[in-house]
Design a protein around this ligand. Sequence first.
Ligand code: ZN
Length: 66
Amino acid sequence: MKLKELPRPSSTYIRVKCRDCGAEALIYSHVGSVVKCKVCGAVLAEPTGGKARILGEIVKEPSGAS
Ligand SMILES: [Zn+2]
């Protein structure tokens, strides 16, 4: 069986867990503005001009590990 290899997009979504309340959020990897936790308001990601700086705990990075 052959697996089709998908082209990796330059931007993607990252699942981040809030360090304060444990809520999970799906964050765009290249956010244009600060992303806050919907539950407690803690900052989860900051824009840097390129890839977002993730301040929460990254639960799953979609980097294609088998
Ligand atoms: Zn929170």
